[in-house]
Design a protein around this ligand. Structure first.
Ligand code: AMP
Length: 118
């Protein structure tokens, strides 16, 4: 069973933010911003490649509610999902990073120079 399924099943602890029937949100163990919450489906879905449009509809509303709940909806935030090897996905259970609480940087995404691919 994957680590996020264990969190869903309360087999390992998390620092919860909120949940509904289908999704849970909890604080990232290694935060990259003052607010860094992970949002996951309760059922195991490997990555964004595998999520249905129907599940994304519920996920979208849930992420908006999470942003409101943690007080970053008005000030702004970023939603990221890493997909697969090049995306840097470490945990193979779909999750959305919700980052905010400060002005976020917009950075350097890879060591490859994008101009080399034009
Ligand atoms: P990713 O690289 O997109 O797969 O992100 C995985 C994220 O999960 C990282 O930001 C980790 O800090 C976070 N993480 C891993 N294990 C846990 C855990 N048990 N509780 C909370 N966050 C975790």
């Amino acid at each position: 069973m994957c680590i996020f399924c264990k969190i869903v099943n309360n087999e390992i602890p998390s620092n919860p933010v909120m949940e509904n029937d289908n999704f849970i949100a909890f604080h990232d163990l290694n935060p990259k911003a003052p607010v860094h919450v992970l949002v996951i489906p309760k059922v195991h879905v490997e990555s964004f490649n595998d999520v249905s449009a129907e599940m994304m509809a519920g996920m979208t509303t849930f992420i908006q509610d999470v942003a409101e709940h943690v007080g970053i909806k008005a000030s702004g935030y970023r939603v990221i999902t890493n997909v697969g090897e090049n995306g840097g996905q470490e945990v193979k259970h779909l999750h959305f990073h919700v980052l905010g609480g400060a002005r976020l940087k917009w950075g350097h995404f890879s060591d490859a120079d994008p101009k080399d691919f034009l």
